[in-house]
Design a binder for this molecule. Structure first.
Ligand code: NAP
Ligand code: HSE
Length: 428
């Protein structure tokens, strides 16, 4: 019989426990498919006394994940603790230096340190796999690095944060408050240890940076992403959008242009009848466009125990079978630096603002838009009892540069009572 592949699991939370369950329940299936047994030999977490709902008997326990990473009885270090710095980074570096392959679900770590870690792995003849880090249960890393490897990728886009999509959907469909929808997402195991990563669009931005690196052969450039979270989206915006036939989604788009790498992760209005508009709950969708394949749409569970553990174990199976790839699909030293470029594609925008209710206020806003070359498509002012008037404007297509200029000019007036909310209306 071939020697077993021995796993050390660092982190026994939502994902780690899911991995333990799959290894225990699918031992025979894994052995049949991999041609060798897959075993867990050692684990690490912070609190040894915590009941995790799975048996850990027979596994060595390490209080320190770095000790686990260099443990002589493991072949693969499975990092499912999280965090871009601290123990996750130290233990991953230690594992590579000790000659272990790494499987991780940690997009924060790779979006920020992926280039350096990929170079370290290659220098040491090791691999880092991270299918679970992007869109959890959807095998999108495999799709890009393997099935679509012969394409010049022109655009990657999608909804990649289950928590945000869950919250937006539940607010829209069930009329829940933000807090109620968040509590439900948390209960389903979707939410990051630091929820601001989800709500602020940072988690989804990390994922987009990783997809862009593979798609365009560029070094991951998280800092180059135009990023905005869902925290400024109100139930009012959701209702207004619905009234016009749109849904609000936290949408990521990456494309390489002559100006550089365009990457944005922002709340956008998308047609309610489009596949992205119909995406509900924790489901993710990634759309990949390539010169030969045209368009591929991948849809599936983007968070939670089972889907994420499924992706981790897919990577483990590759390693057990002896299938090895560079981290981002090509040697790390051949990835090009990616200068960031703001999006050049014009689009209509939805603007919501509160104006001082006095003569000439609306005229001042219309003049600012006109001065920036922005034409108004629709405009509404709602009846109100408070001194400030709620105003909604939908523009014709304009550039993000023109809009930025107009928003800055609005801030300088005395008629705008609070910063306008501006959401792109995306053609998808
Ligand atoms: P989690 O439920 O918060 O679990 C984190 C685990 O890491 C806990 O078991 C914790 O130990 C352990 N840990 C944290 N710091 C540690 C340290 N210094 N030393 C040893 N153990 C430590 O997190 P999760 O949801 O499983 O997520 C894990 C990773 O997967 C993250 O990178 C996350 O972004 C990624 N991910 C999660 C999902 C998802 O749906 N949850 C989906 C895709 C990717 P204790 O239990 O003892 O506190
Ligand atoms: N917090 C993440 C989400 C987990 O909600 O999508 C999956 O990466």
């Amino acid at each position: 019989m071939s020697a077993p592949l021995r796993l050390g699991i660092a982190g026994l939370g939502t994902v780690g426990v899911g991995v333990v369950r799959i290894v225990k329940t699918h031992a025979e299936l894994l052995e049949a498919r991999c041609g060798r047994p897959v075993e867990i030999t050692a684990v690490s977490a912070r609190d040894r006394s915590k009941d995790r709902g799975v048996g850990l008997t027979g596994y060595a326990w390490c209080d320190d994940p770095v000790d686990l990473a260099v443990h002589e009885d493991i072949d693969v270090f499975v990092e499912v603790m999280g965090g871009s710095e601290g123990p996750a980074k130290q233990a991953t570096e230690a594992a590579l230096a000790a000659g272990k392959d790494v499987v991780t679900a940690n997009k924060a770590l790779l979006a920020i340190h992926g280039q350096a870690l990929a170079e370290k792995a290659e220098a040491a003849g090791r691999v880092i796999r991270f299918e679970a880090a992007v869109a959890a249960g959807i095998p999108v890393i495999k799709a890009l690095t393997e099935g679509l490897a012969a394409n010049q990728v022109t655009r990657v886009m999608g909804v990649m944060n289950g928590t945000c999509n869950y919250i937006l959907t539940r607010m829209e469909k069930a009329g829940l408050t933000y807090d109620e929808a968040f509590a439900e997402a948390d209960g389903l195991g979707y939410v990051e240890a630091d929820p601001t990563l989800d709500i602020g669009g940072i988690d989804a931005g990390h994922k987009l940076a990783l997809l862009a690196a593979i798609a365009f052969g560029t070094q991951p450039n998280f800092d180059g992403i135009t990023l905005d979270g869902i925290d400024k989206v109100s139930i009012d915006d959701i209702r207004q959008a619905a009234d016009m036939g749109f849904c609000i989604k936290l949408l990521g788009v990456a494309q390489r242009t002559a100006r550089g790498l365009e990457q944005r992760m922002t709340p956008c209005l998308v047609p309610a009848t489009s596949p992205l508009g119909q995406l509900e709950g924790g489901t993710n969708m990634v759309v990949i466009e390539g010169d030969a394949v045209e368009q591929v749409v991948l849809r599936g569970p983007g968070a939670g125990e089972g889907p994420t553990a499924s992706a981790v174990m897919g990577d483990v199976c590759d390693l057990a079978r002896g299938f090895r790839l560079p981290t981002f699909g090509q040697p790390a030293t051949s990835l090009e630096p990616a200068p960031a470029a703001p999006t050049s594609l014009p689009a209509p925008y939805y603007l919501r603002m509160r104006l001082q209710d006095r003569p000439g206020a609306l005229a001042q806003i219309a003049t600012i838009l006109g001065t920036s070359g922005i034409s108004i498509n629709r405009m509404r002012q709602y009846s109100h009892s408070e001194p400030e008037a709620p105003v909604l404007i939908v523009t014709h297509k304009t550039t993000s540069d023109a809009l930025t200029e107009a928003l800055a000019a609005m801030e300088d007036t005395e008629v705008v009572a609070s910063s306008p909310v501006a959401l792109r209306i995306e053609e998808v």
